[in-house]
Design a protein around this ligand. Structure first.
Ligand code: NAD
Length: 261
């Protein structure tokens, strides 16, 4: 019997009020977890996710914080502990790609902001979660990186650097915590249809160009990431730590070689 049951597990999904985070929060709740739906701005959207989860009989609550602010993150973890009594699953999903600009034209403050959200944010959240997970001798941290932890992307050097950094952070943290009952893994999504890439999928020519970069020839759906998060968070994945799983429809396998080299 396959057991994906997350009953009794308490999860935090950062950036859980929309996009991939919403699908991840809903999937974890459907698997039985109690979910902290974190948002930075937009209580209404977070409350809509909570309501959708509760409508299906799940348990969820909305929490606000800026993940790039360490004091706000510590307060967030305290609030979740008071409300849920602990934390078993942390999904570091909140992120931004920032505006497109070459390195010589980039605004260093914007570069720093992307690093602060995409790399420092997961670090602050993990840092606050680990002592709590250690006490319980169990925990799973899932970092949402990107295929851009592997693929360079012109104009997005802060994003690619942050995601590659988050990948190595995943491995190092996994090594540090493996004997404490904590697993740390990363998921590298390919192109998944969410607000972050709306300018691409809303334009037919850009969408066609993007589809050609994907072996399966289509964008992914948010629930296709949510399902993998639920699996990695569950005991079915009990021997997986310190690695990145690409969920990308075959973007990383050189789709341009489909029709000969
Ligand atoms: P999105 O823009 O819909 O969601 C990003 C979330 O991060 C939002 O909820 C936003 O409020 C939150 N956020 C941004 N800055 C924050 C801050 N300072 N503090 C707290 N929260 C903050 O995009 P998405 O596609 O759902 O992306 C989710 C994650 O998946 C990101 O880390 C992104 O890099 C990654 N990703 C997405 C794709 C894709 O194709 N959609 C591909 C690869 C990786």
């Amino acid at each position: 019997m396959i057991n994906l049951d997350l009953q009794g597990r308490r999860a935090l999904v950062t950036g859980g009020s929309g996009g991939l985070g919403r699908a991840i929060a809903e999937t974890l709740a459907a698997a039985g977890a109690q979910v902290a739906v974190h948002y930075r701005k937009g209580l209404d959207e977070a409350e809509a996710v909570v309501a959708a989860i509760q409508k299906l009989g799940g348990r969820a609550q909305a929490f606000q914080a800026d993940v790039s602010d360490p004091a706000a993150v510590e307060k967030l973890l305290q609030e979740i502990e008071s409300a849920f009594g602990g934390l078993d699953i942390l999904v570091n999903n909140a992120g931004m790609d920032g505006p497109r600009a070459s390195v010589s034209e980039d605004d260093p403050q914007v570069w720093e902001k992307v690093l602060a959200v995409d790399l420092m944010g997961p670090y602050y959240c993990a840092r606050a979660a680990i002592p709590r997970m250690e006490k319980a001798k169990r925990g799973v941290i899932i970092n949402i990186t990107s295929v851009h932890e592997f693929i360079p992307w012109e104009g997005y050097s802060a994003y690619t650097s942050a995601k590659a950094g988050l990948s190595m952070f995943t491995k190092t943290l996994a090594q540090e915590t493996a004997d404490k009952g904590i697993r740390v893994v990363a998921i590298a999504p390919g192109a998944i249809q969410t607000p972050i890439n709306q300018s691409v999928w809303a334009d037919p020519q850009s969408l066609k160009d993007l589809d050609e970069k994907i072996s399966m020839g289509r964008l992914g759906r948010p629930e296709e990431i949510g399902n993998v998060v639920a699996f990695l968070a569950s005991d079915l994945a009990s021997y997986i730590t310190g690695t990145t799983l690409a969920v990308d429809g075959g973007m990383l396998i050189y789709p341009e070689f489909r029709h000969g080299g």
